[in-house]
Design a protein around this ligand. Structure first.
Ligand code: COA
Length: 330
C-alpha cells in the first residue's frame, strides 16, 4: 500500500536575502555564490517563528485537500530547526490547525526529513485501523542557527515551510531510508545555547567526530558533505527502486534535495537522467533543509508541471548523515 498526496501548501517569509546582501557579513560576491551553488536569493524569517510557518503551510494544505481537520489522525513535523526542545512543533501545529483528534510528534532526519516523514506517514495510514489522514509539515528556520561569519555555509541556506495531507492509497509507493552516523561531525549544530554545560569529549569507548563547535551555530565541512551528497542522491533512487522493476526511465520527475545545483547535476549525470527531469527551486529558496523537497514539489504542482498520475522520485540527503528516496505516483 502507498499514500495519495491529497493536497499541499507552502509558506515562505516575505524577507528576501540576495547574494549581494551577504557582502555585508562576509567576504563574498554574487558571482561566486551563483557559479558554485546556483543560488540567487533565499527567504529569511524575521518575526516568524518556525512553528508559525508550519501552521500557515498546513492550513493551505488542509484547505486544498478539502478535508475536515478533525479527521487528521496524526501530525508529523520534520523540522531540524524547532523553536523548542519541548513541546514538539507538531503539537503546536496540531492545535493551531484544529486537528483535535490527532496525535503529534516531531521527527528529525535533517534535510532528509520529508522523505522520512512521508515514509513514516505511509506506515500509519497503512496499519490496521490506520489513520484516515496524516499531516506532514516541513518547517525550517535555518537562519536562526547560521554562523554569519562562515562564508562557506551561511550563503547556502534559507527559511520556509511546506506541508502535505496524505491518505491511504493503492498507488505505487517504494522507499528506502538510510543513515551513516560516522559522518555526524560533518554537518552539525549543538542543541543548547551554552557550550559550558556540554561535555565536549566522548566518554571512553565511544568515538566522537565532532569538531570544536560554536554554541548553537551550524558547522559544515563543505567538501566532505559535497562528496557524500553526490553519492547519496543517486544511491537513494537506486535503493528505493531496487526490487520494484522501476527504472529511471519510468520516472516523470525527480525532486531532489535542493542544496547545490552542482550536486544535482552530478547526481543526474550519475543516474543518466536529463536535468530537464529534475525540479529545481534552489535558485530562489536556497537550501531550506527538510522543507526543500516539499517546497519544490508544491511549486511544481502549483505551476501545473507535475500532474496527477505521474511517477515521482523524491531523493534526499542531509545531516546525520541521512539519505533516502521515495518513488510514488502523484
Ligand atoms: N564566497 C567567496 N569565496 C568563498 C565562499 C563564499 N561564500 N565560500 C568559500 N569560499 C572560498 C574558500 O575560502 C576557498 O578559498 P581558498 O581557495 O582561498 O581557500 C574557495 O572559495 C574554494 O572553496 P571550496 O570549499 O573549495 O569551494 P567549493 O567549490 O567546494 O564550494 C561549497 C563550497 C560549500 C559551496 C560546496 O563545498 C558545497 O556545496 N558543499 C556541500 C554543502 C551542502 O550541500 N550542505 C548542505 C547539506 S544538506
Amino acid at each position: 500500500m502507498g499514500v495519495n498526496i491529497l493536497g499541499m501548501g507552502a509558506y515562505v517569509p516575505e524577507q528576501k536575502l540576495t547574494n549581494d546582501d551577504f557582502t555585508r557579513f562576509v567576504e563574498t560576491n554574487d558571482e561566486w555564490i551563483r557559479t558554485r551553488t546556483g543560488i540567487v536569493e533565499r527567504r529569511m524569517a524575521g518575526w516568524e517563528p518556525t512553528w508559525y510557518m508550519g501552521v500557515k503551510a498546513s492550513m493551505k494544505a488542509i484547505e486544498r485537500s478539502g478535508i475536515d481537520p478533525a479527521e487528521i489522525g496524526l501530525v508529523i513535523s520534520c523540522s531540524a530547526t524547532a523553536d523548542f526542545h519541548t513541546p514538539s512543533m507538531a503539537s503546536i501545529i496540531q492545535d493551531a490547525v484544529g486537528a483535535v483528534n490527532a496525535g503529534a510528534f516531531d521527527l528529525n532526519a535533517a534535510c532528509t526529513g520529508f522523505v522520512y516523514a512521508l515514509d513514516t506517514a505511509r506506515r500509519f495510514v497503512d496499519s490496521d485501523g490506520g489513520m484516515k489522514y496524516v499531516l506532514i509539515v516541513a518547517n525550517e528556520a535555518l537562519s536562526k542557527f547560521l554562523d554569519f561569519e562562515d562564508r562557506g555555509s551561511c550563503i547556502l541556506f534559507g527559511d520556509g515551510a511546506a506541508a502535505a495531507v496524505v491518505e491511504r492509497s493503492s498507488k505505487l509507493f517504494a522507499s528506502a531510508l538510510r543513515s551513516d552516523g560516522s559522518g555526524a561531525g560533518l554537518l552539525c549544530a549543538r542543541a543548547l545555547n551554552t557550550a559550558s554545560e556540554i561535555k565536549t569529549e566522548a566518554p571512553e569507548g565511544f568515538s566522537d567526530s565532532f569538531p570544536e563547535l560554536k554554541p548553537h551555530k551550524l558547522f559544515q565541512n563543505g567538501k566532505e558533505v559535497y562528496k557524500f551528497a553526490t553519492q547519496a542522491l543517486p544511491k537513494s533512487f537506486e535503493l528505493a527502486a531496487a526490487n520494484t522493476g522501476i527504472t529511471k526511465d519510468d520516472i516523470d520527475w525527480f525532486i531532489p534535495h535542493q542544496a547545490n545545483i552542482r550536486i544535482i547535476e552530478t547526481a543526474a549525470k550519475k543516474l543518466g537522467v536529463s536535468m530537464d527531469k529534475f525540479i529545481v527551486t534552489l535558485d530562489h529558496f536556497g537550501n531550506t533543509s527538510s522543507a526543500s523537497i516539499p517546497l519544490a514539489l508544491n511549486e511544481a504542482i502549483e505551476k501545473g508541471i507535475i500532474k496527477r498520475g505521474q511517477k515521482l522520485a523524491l531523493i534526499g540527503f542531509g545531516a546525520g548523515l541521512t539519505y533516502g528516496g521515495i518513488i510514488l505516483e502523484y
